[in-house]
Design a protein around this ligand. Structure first.
Ligand SMILES: C[S@@+](CC[C@H](N)C(=O)[O-])C[C@H]1O[C@@H](n2cnc3c(N)ncnc32)[C@H](O)[C@@H]1O
Length: 218
């Protein structure tokens, strides 16, 4: 899953992961984090998710990062927003109101870029990555978030041999191993969603669960 893979997905409009509303599991579980209004939320591998707009509507500031310029420009255009654009060593920064979306590589963001993010929201980011990149994501990107940072992580579990990722199955044991060094991991919900995902059934998947974790950086 290199950059070309994702650019092609956006070029071909193969974006089945995109939802036309904020994630229901985000709306349900975010309040449990007790985050102060105005806190900045990091949204890695953001696509054009409406979760970013929801965070802004809740009084948060948002820092997203997304490889695809198509996705970044579609995000603002579909909301009727005209972003200001500037360049830095991280990529092109698109800003409108409380939302800043960097068109660039998430792995290039350093502690300075992420320094004032008090929270992180990962939906379809960790599970978009194959195993070696998942390890890099947890080992290199997450340590750049500050102690006290809180967040939600939403994953999928299904028999991996029944379908090729992405999205990949990431087991609870793997999540706990990936984040064990610096993060407290709490399972908030585990839900059977096979009936709501006919695409998986068509591909021969026989079981599918989504899991929501709370993360807290020690
Ligand atoms: C499965 S999509 C999920 C998007 C979004 N989180 C959502 O819920 O709709 C994964 C996204 O990550 C982007 N991506 C993949 N690797 C990336 C990287 N290294 N840095 C920034 N974005 C990346 C892809 O272009 C794609 O839009």
């Amino acid at each position: 899953m290199d950059a070309d893979f994702w650019h092609q997905r956006w070029q071909d409009n193969q974006i089945g992961f995109h939802q036309d509303r904020p994630s229901p599991l985000l709306l349900k579980h975010w309040p449990s984090l007790g985050l102060a209004g105005g806190s900045r939320v990091f949204v890695p591998l953001a696509g054009k998710t409406l979760d970013m707009a929801w965070f802004a509507s809740q009084g948060h500031r948002v820092l997203g990062v997304e490889l695809s310029q198509l996705a970044v420009e579609a995000f603002f255009a579909e909301l009727g927003l005209t972003p200001e654009v500037s360049e830095s060593r991280y990529g092109s920064h698109y800003r409108a109101g409380a939302i800043e979306l960097i068109c660039g590589d998430a792995f290039a963001l350093d502690a300075q870029a992420l320094g004032d993010c008090a929270a992180v929201f990962d939906r379809a980011a960790l599970i978009a990555l194959p195993p070696p990149l998942r390890q890099r994501y947890a080992d290199e990107l997450y340590p750049r978030l500050q102690p006290g940072c809180r967040g939600l992580l939403i994953t999928l579990e299904y028999p991996q041999h029944e379908k090729q990722g992405p999205p990949f199955c990431v087991s609870e044991a793997e999540v706990r191993a990936l984040y064990a060094r610096d993060w407290d991991v709490t399972t908030l919900e585990r839900r059977d969603i096979l009936a709501q995902q006919p695409g998986f059934v068509v591909e021969g998947v026989t079981a599918l669960e989504t899991i929501v974790y709370a993360l807290g950086r020690r």
